[in-house]
Write a protein that binds this ligand. Sequence first.
Ligand SMILES: Nc1ncnc2c1ncn2[C@@H]1O[C@H](COP(=O)(O)OP(=O)(O)OP(=O)(O)O)[C@@H](O)[C@H]1O
Ligand SMILES: [Mg+2]
Length: 254
Amino acid sequence: MNFIDTPTPLHVENVVKTYQQGTAKINALDGVSLSVEPGEFVAVMGASGSGKSTLLHAMAGLIDVDEGRVMIAGQDLAQLADGPLTRFRRDNLGIVFQAYNLIPSLSAEDNIRLPVPSSRKKKIDVTIDGLLQRLGMTARRHHKPGALSGGEQQRIAIARALVCDPAILLADEPTGSLDSVSGTQICELLRGLADDQGRSIVMVTHEPHVAMWADRICVLKDGTNQAEIKTDGCRDPQTVAQQYQQALGAEAVA
Ligand SMILES: Nc1ncnc2c1ncn2[C@@H]1O[C@H](COP(=O)(O)OP(=O)(O)OP(=O)(O)O)[C@@H](O)[C@H]1O
Ligand SMILES: [Mg+2]
């Protein structure tokens, strides 16, 4: 593969997002920057209210930013009108949330099929078979979400995010509702999507034992880049927890 002329999949530059609440201004993001390369897995950590979800929503083009730029595959999201932005998002980004957001009346397989545009529906069966296999969900494909465990529902949500083959996967606390075994399975799955398929992954989490699966950890504080931790493949939650506490500074830990 030739990457020489390929733009960085995800490039966020000095992004500012302010919310007005009554008379108060909230600087949810106050000049955040982050770039993610192909096959890179980045975790975003920070205290509650530090701007993690706002950053993810800005990366997904789900909110407009006040200043700075969000570039996906070299495209500035602010330059796209609503319709083109929706199509661009579908083709370039997969998004996964803590609440799986599956449609209860549809089977697992039909939930995965949902984002596929009608022009591609006929050719998608092979892709769906492959996804179900990779996620270990082939035997559960006809089950409705209510008959699946939390971990299984999240795997279906990830398959739905991947069905249009995006280069980038954005996940906001994807293990937040799961027990530790299911959470670890999801982390291993995300790690494999970066390692085996070269996808770029950004995952928001509070948990050091989840963040440790990433290549590096972007620590936010009060809507700014507070620190960056390189995990260097260290899968030790205590080391990551310690580095995270140090990055935040003792006064912010409580
Ligand atoms: N739509 C909104 N209107 C007003 N304020 C908002 C809105 N969305 C976020 N905020 C505020 O922006 C700040 C950052 O919120 P954000 O949801 O990004 O935090 P977070 O780091 O994801 O927190 P958590 O860990 O609790 O999910 C918070 O102070 C929040 O109250
Ligand atoms: Mg959040």
